[in-house]
Design a protein around this ligand. Structure first.
Ligand SMILES: [Zn+2]
Ligand SMILES: [Zn+2]
Length: 326
């Protein structure tokens, strides 16, 4: 069969025509087209491809509007592809007011590159813009005293950040605040209110699960920052240093730094013995009680083996009643 004439036209043949058509468009219109592309991009390559069209496209693709609107897909650089150029791109997006870029780059700098100060500043900037994950991540940092010493933890500030994120509907923050109120951690103890918040978090989880089931989505939605962290720490130290900016000193490896046992979290301790451990089995470690509750649901409930199971066959019940995961 004779091939369709259109299908035989190569990209090389089309490109000059497309470029010449765009040549006649004013910059504002091209920026608006590029902003639409960046806001709907599924991968970073979508915008990068447009940038490679020519010099004018590259310049216009760096305009504030295009970078501010860059979608999560556009910002979702994989850990194995991390580079100085990727860091610069996210920084430009963050400077343009893109809150997702601020948060993702902040988390990468804070946990992966160990640039705690610039990382925290970016997360704060996203949180100040109302980014819920950023507000909750700051709470985790405050509760753990991440990047500083244990004595410098600010539990009151952590609980305050949780309250702010919970008010705006963040489920993990609602759960964390519930536990804080139950045991007076960073706040005045108020067990009744704590239980109400834990109940609310549970209801929201059930609603989200029903919604996911109705949409046919089987997997729990994970923020890209967490996916990046998980991927980053699953690489060898050599690969991590190769991806780290070449003009910077290598990332110092500190032995026995633990990863959060919630596989969807990705956070690594910033100092030894930072994360809380499962009080029953003492073999799982968590950055937050939200992660402990999530991991409990995802399977730790069946693998958690209490240390004193030989003398206490109902050890797991105690563990649940201790109120870490509901
Ligand atoms: Zn975690
Ligand atoms: Zn356990």
């Amino acid at each position: 069969m004779k091939p369709n004439k259109r299908s035989r036209i190569s990209h090389d043949n089309i490109s000059p025509t497309v470029e010449s058509n765009f040549d006649h468009l004013p910059d504002e219109l091209v920026v608006s087209i590029l902003a639409s592309l960046s806001s709907s991009a599924n991968t970073p390559a979508d915008l990068a491809g447009a940038m490679m069209t020519d010099r004018r496209f590259r310049q216009l693709a760096h305009s504030k509007l295009v970078l501010k609107k860059a979608s999560m897909g556009c910002l979702a650089v994989r850990a194995k592809n991390w580079s100085e150029a990727a860091d610069r791109f996210l920084q430009r997006c963050a400077d343009a007011g893109n809150l997702e870029a601020s948060y993702i780059l902040g988390m990468i700098r804070f946990y992966c590159a160990r640039s705690r100060r610039t990382g925290a500043a970016l997360i704060v900037s996203a949180a100040n813009g109302g980014h819920l994950e950023a507000i909750f991540s700051l709470a985790v940092i405050q509760f753990n005293g991440s990047g500083v010493s244990k004595q410098d933890r600010d539990l009151t500030l952590g609980a305050g950040l949780c309250a702010r994120a919970a008010r705006l509907g963040h489920v993990d923050a609602t759960r964390e605040l519930g536990h804080c109120l139950l045991d007076g951690y960073g706040v005045t103890s108020a067990p009744i209110n704590g239980r109400l918040l834990l109940q609310r978090a549970k209801q929201r989880d059930a609603e989200n699960e029903r919604q996911q089931a109705s949409l046919g989505t089987l997997h729990q939605k994970t923020h890209h920052a967490n996916t990046f962290l998980s991927e980053w720490f699953s690489q060898t130290p050599e690969a991590r240093n190769a991806a780290h900016c070449s003009d910077k000193s290598p990332i110092e490896e500190i032995g026995d730094m633990r990863l959060c046992s919630n596989a969807l979290c990705g956070r690594q301790e910033t100092r030894l013995h930072e994360f809380r451990r499962c009080s029953a089995c003492a073999s799982a470690y968590y950055c937050s009680r939200a992660c402990q509750a999530a991991d409990w649901k995802m399977g730790h409930r069946t693998s958690c083996m209490p240390r004193n199971q030989e003398i206490n066959p109902h050890g797991n019940q105690n563990h649940v009643q201790e109120g870490q995961p509901e």
